[in-house]
Design a protein around this ligand. Structure first.
Ligand SMILES: N[C@@H](CCC(=O)N[C@@H](CS)C(=O)NCC(=O)O)C(=O)O
Length: 271
């Protein structure tokens, strides 16, 4: 499990105070990374509060008041909470307009939102695949006992279905048929993006890096975690697109798993 070095006492003041930007996030979350990238592209100072998803910290009552879906990321700005990574990023683009990451043109805006919807469409099969592969592997190698897991999760939520799900991940073997099916669905979806990139575009919309690129890249980068190591060979244009995104400072600065102390560029004190 990743380390969560400096977890504050959230219960005391979950909304924070003042006018700063607070991001509730988890180091390995591609959805959280979208928001980290957007904040870094804009140079907006922010503070991160990490949640341990394995311990179901995202299901605690105080957090459900910020985000009723009990998932990360959630952004708190001026004491008000917003969730859904792409929605958060559009909000940030409106409130901190420079540099603009959403196109000004209405048709290009629609295209950007269609790219976001496209990714959301395959987020569910991706989630199924990652639980069967990376999550089971990590949980089953952790040495955690079912009782210890129940105790850990019980501190954060009383909802039995969360524990049942976590116990399945800890104890059941990977469902290979399901993994194969989900990968087939994902490859069909990615073929659509590969075809769209055939016109030689650098960025997904309007010739400029923006929120559509931020919506896609963090999830595409995670394919090795579902056992797909050869994404760039299967989909060379997607591979080249990912390389272009990876060359941006906001990519490096938002990298997974860096505790704040080791990555000052990622977390700066909120104003
Ligand atoms: N559509 C949402 C998806 C958020 C989401 O699925 N978050 C994951 C991490 S990437 C999460 O919090 N999982 C924990 C859980 O499902 O309990 C967004 O883009 O913000």
């Amino acid at each position: 499990m990743p380390e969560f070095p400096s977890r504050p006492d959230f219960a005391a003041a979950p909304l924070g105070s003042g006018r700063g930007v607070i991001l509730y996030d988890s180091p390995t979350s591609p959805c959280g990374r979208r928001v980290r990238m957007c904040l870094l592209e804009k140079g907006v100072p922010f503070e991160i509060r990490w949640l341990d998803l394995g311990a179901m910290e995202q299901k605690q009552d105080w957090y459900l008041r910020l985000n009723p879906s009990g998932i990360v990321p959630t952004l708190v700005h001026e004491g008000r909470a917003i969730h859904e990574s792409n929605v958060i990023n559009e909000y940030l683009d409106a409130v901190f307009p420079a540099p603009r990451l959403m196109p000004a043109d209405a048709h290009e805006q629609a295209q950007a939102r269609m790219w976001m919807a496209y990714e959301l469409d395959w987020a569910k099969p991706f989630r199924d695949a990652i639980y069967e592969t990376h999550m089971k592997k990590r949980a089953q190698a952790s040495g955690m006992t079912p009782d210890a897991l129940a105790e850990r999760i019980g501190r954060n939520t009383r909802a039995e279905y969360h524990l049942r799900h976590a116990l399945k991940v800890l104890m059941e073997p990977p469902d290979e048929a399901l993994i194969a099916e989900r990968r087939a669905i994902l490859f069909d979806r990615l073929a659509l993006m590969e075809a769209r990139l055939a016109d030689g575009r650098t960025w997904l919309v309007g010739g400029r890096f923006g929120l559509a690129d931020i919506a896609l890249a963090p999830r595409l980068d995670m394919f090795p975690r579902i056992g797909v190591e050869d994404l760039p060979q299967r989909f060379p244009r997607i591979g080249a697109f990912l390389d272009r995104v990876r060359a941006r400072p906001s990519w490096t600065g938002s990298a997974f798993g860096f505790p704040p102390a080791n990555n000052p560029s990622l977390v700066r004190p909120a104003a």
